[in-house]
Design a protein around this ligand. Structure first.
Ligand code: FAD
Length: 262
């Protein structure tokens, strides 16, 4: 298992300000120091790609670090209400020594690290679609079998309206995901299009989550009815790989030619 360690405890959305340092050790290797937070699989015993700033040229570089390397300490983050199927870790790096062969080739600056986020943002779009579909299907099944006022929920006009809203959201997300997959396959996907997919799909999944959770009434908050689990996971998706606001800033910069990040 592998981790991707970009986020720092004090730098999330402004990950470009990362403080983890990579110092040449004078013998062809590197010494890494710093801290990371929220790193999926960061304590799994495998490898972690650590993004660190080269103390010589000030640029961000990527290093493959074995999690068993002396100085690599990882603590699993507990108490999470979302994405409980995978752990995230808080990591400290204290004089972690790696050889030059641990440095990722083709990475010379932060922009190269950010290239990875384009692919992962597309993945988040598809994940949001998966969660939304599952919640829609659960709500539809519930509406068919649960009876109130002498007939199934699904036979009430307002419930049908809400089913139609969810169908609309899910179909819109499907259409966007397929369009982006076609652009990807043709090698024509722009970074901003990946951001727009993530922005639209996690927002759409959140709207589906609200409707589906409500449609199940009190049972909607019970984990056994599934919707609540997806609801919680969608909240995590909405935040990682760049929050909704960060995607909006990327889109706004592209639309106006002006950066409003800082
Ligand atoms: C479950 C989970 C898994 C994760 N996995 C990984 C991982 O494997 N590897 C990794 O490197 N990171 C990972 N992350 C970290 C994730 O990428 C960050 O949480 C995310 O980038 C947001 O950073 P933050 O939590 O520090 O929030 P902050 O940056 O503190 O943001 C807090 C709020 O302020 C808003 N905000 C921030 N800046 C601005 C601005 N300029 N204008 C307007 N609003 C702004 C944000 O949108 C957000 O709503 C994970 C996070 C979670 C929750």
């Amino acid at each position: 298992p592998g981790g991707f360690a970009l986020t720092a405890p004090l730098h999330g959305s402004d990950s470009v300000s990362l403080e983890t340092s990579a110092r040449p050790d004078g013998a062809g290797g590197w010494v890494l120091n710093g801290a990371k937070k929220w790193i999926g699989n960061g304590a799994a015993g495998g490898i972690t790609i650590v993004w660190a700033r080269d103390t010589e040229d000030g640029q961000v570089k990527g290093f493959v670090v074995e999690q068993s390397t002396p100085g690599y300490e990882a603590e699993v983050i507990t108490g999470k209400g979302a994405l409980r199927a995978i752990h995230q870790a808080e990591i400290t790096l204290t004089d972690v020594r790696v050889g030059d062969d641990a440095r990722l080739p083709g990475v010379a600056r932060f922009k190269d690290a950010a290239r990875v986020l384009v692919a992962t943002r597309v993945n988040v779009g598809w994940s949001a679609l998966g969660h939304a579909t599952a919640m829609f299907e659960a709500a539809l099944a519930y509406a068919r079998q649960r009876e109130q006022f002498g007939k199934p929920l699904g036979a009430h006009q307002m419930v049908q309206e809400r089913l139609a809203q969810m169908l609309d959201e899910v179909t819109a997300m499907q259409t966007r995901c397929v369009a982006v997959a076609r652009l990807q396959a043709a090698g024509r996907l722009r970074d901003e299009q990946a951001s727009l997919l993530k922005y639209a799909c996690t927002r759409g999944a959140r709207r589906v989550a609200q409707i589906a959770r409500d449609m199940l009434g009190g049972n909607g908050i019970l984990l056994e009815h599934r919707v609540m689990r997806h609801f919680a996971d969608v909240e995590a998706l909405h935040t990682y790989e760049g929050t909704e606001s960060v995607q909006a800033l990327i889109l706004g910069r592209d639309l106006t030619g002006m950066s409003a990040f800082a």
